[in-house]
Each structure stands twice: as C-alpha cells, then as structure tokens.
Ligand binder design. Structure first.
Ligand code: SAH
Length: 272
C-alpha cells in the first residue's frame, strides 16, 4: 500500500472507533504525511496505530511519536479554531506540530518547543519539506513556555508533567485551553483545562501514556510528591496528597479546578 492509502486506512479506523469526532481533526490527519516525520521506520509502521520510538537516553525512551489514537484524542480535547495561536511543548518528530499548523491554518501560528536540539533540527527540516510555514521550532526547555509568541489561545504538552508550569498558566489567554498529560500519583491523565480568570477548570479527562517531561518543570518541589491537588465534582470532593492514590474511577467523573497560589496547586471548588 502506498502512503496515501495507508493514511486513509488509519483515518478510517480512527473515525470508525469514534476517536476522530470533528471534520477539522479528520482533515488534518488526512493532510499531514506522518511517515515524513518518522522517516526511519517502514511506511506500514508509520501508519499503524502505535507509538514510534524516536530517541533514547541512558536506556530510557525520551522521545516518541505518539500513537495516532492518542494524538487524535488530544487534538479533539484541544478544540483548535482557525487563526489560533498555539504553543506546543515537546516537538519530538514534529508530526503533531504539523497537524496543529493545519488546524489553525494560515491565519494562525504554532510555536513548538523541544529540549533536544537534534530533534528540533530534524522536526524543522521535516516541517519545511512538507511546506509548513506557520510554525516556529524553538530549542529549549518548555518549562518556561515561549513568551515571545504569546499569549496563546491553545497550549498542548506532549510529555507527562507533574505539575502545571507557571509559565504555561501565564502565557495562556483568559478563556484559552491547555491540554496536558499529568501524572496524578499512580495514573496519567490528559486533562483539558480552560482558563477562567485565575482558575483552570477541567473540561475533559482521558487516559494517556506519555514519556516524562524533563527540564526544570520536572524538578519543582512538588515533583517529589509534596503537593496537594484537590478534585471536585458535583457529588464529591477528593483531595490527594503525597502518595495517596487517586481512584481513577473518581477522576474520570471529577471536575478539577486549580487555582494558582505561587507555584503550588491548591483548592478545588464545585462548579455552581
Ligand atoms: N509531539 C511529539 C511527541 C513528543 S514526545 C510528536 O508529534 O512526535 C515528547 C517530547 O518532549 C520529546 O521529544 C522530549 O524530548 C520532549 N521534552 C521533554 N521534556 C521537555 C521540556 N522540558 N521542554 C521541551 N521538550 C521536552
């Protein structure tokens, strides 16, 4: 099968599974040649619904192209509108950045930050080959966001974070949306937050599995487990501290409201 046919098959399966829900996400996944961003694997593997390894360090995978299912779910969570200014943390292969660029279109802009200089370079090259003009690839620690292109309408983190870096919060426009995989004790969840003044309110929560975010955000004091997170829903209010496990079943139906107090998560409150 050629690339186009493999891509059509991939999109068809994601649609049939209900993973792709919007025409915009469908169009983006149809348009961007995934194989061009992961040139070291066979074409069939590039379009299989799997994670594609990109880079390891000291025996640990530090970069991979996410599974198409995961990518589609997170893009649906992000709800990009044409013309959005978008910040991505964790460029990796550049594939997701190309999808974001397609979603926001020529009137929007994508800034994507990658810690590994070689990956940023390769992604930049692949994006240029594909002809994506509205993306800036930045080499650096995404813990600080990228103030130069902000404030952003949308922010997406594609590595698992232990906390929400203050910079992501500050660079997100009021009413904007942040999608971030968070390690919540034993489980990982991709959470879409909407900024509502000084609050971040969760709009959706899904299962995920990501490589760990590195850099300074990974070394916050609460990374050691010394943090409190409050989870609120209509019927219950759960606070998890330190190593107390959060029941994933509770999490799935909880609304999470975060209020920033210095760099520490606190306070959940019920939506009125
Ligand atoms: N969006 C990517 C998948 C990225 S995997 C894609 O479409 O292929 C996660 C990436 O985050 C890795 O490349 C890793 O090097 C990068 N990363 C980890 N910590 C980071 C940090 N603090 N700042 C920027 N990038 C980081």
């Amino acid at each position: 099968m050629d690339a186009l046919a493999l891509r059509e098959r991939m999109v068809g399966r994601l649609k049939a599974a209900g993973t792709i829900r919007s025409p915009a996400v469908e169009r983006a996944l149809r348009a961007v040649p995934r194989h061009a961003f992961i040139p070291n694997v066979p074409m069939e593997e590039a379009y299989a619904d799997g994670v594609v390894f990109v880079k390891a360090h000291a025996g640990l995978t530090i970069s991979s192209a996410s599974q198409p299912t995961m990518i589609a779910l997170m893009l649906e969570q992000l709800e990009v509108a044409p013309g959005s200014r978008i910040l991505e943390i964790g460029t990796g292969s550049g594939y997701n950045a190309a999808l974001l660029a397609h979603l926001t279109g020529p009137n929007g802009f994508v800034t994507t930050v990658e810690l590994e200089a070689d990956l940023a370079g390769a992604a930049q090259h692949a994006l240029a080959l594909f002809g994506t003009a509205n993306v800036r690839v930045v080499t650096g620690d995404g813990s600080g966001g990228y103030p130069g292109d902000g404030p952003y309408d949308r922010e997406i983190v594609t590595a698992c974070a232990l906390d929400i870096a203050p910079a992501w919060w500050e660079q997100l426009r009021d009413g904007g949306r942040l999608v971030v995989p968070l390690a919540l004790d034993q489980v990982q969840r991709s959470i879409a937050f909407e900024r509502d003044g000084s609050l971040l309110r969760s709009a959706s929560v899904i299962d995920c599995a990501f490589v760990a975010l590195r850099g300074s955000a990974a070394q916050t004091p609460h990374a050691a487990g010394d943090r409190a997170m409050a989870i609120a829903s209509g019927t219950m209010h759960v606070t998890a501290m330190r190593r107390n496990a959060i029941d994933p079943a509770v999490l799935a139906r909880a609304e999470i409201v975060l209020e920033r107090a210095a760099t520490i998560f606190a306070i959940g409150s019920r939506r009125a």
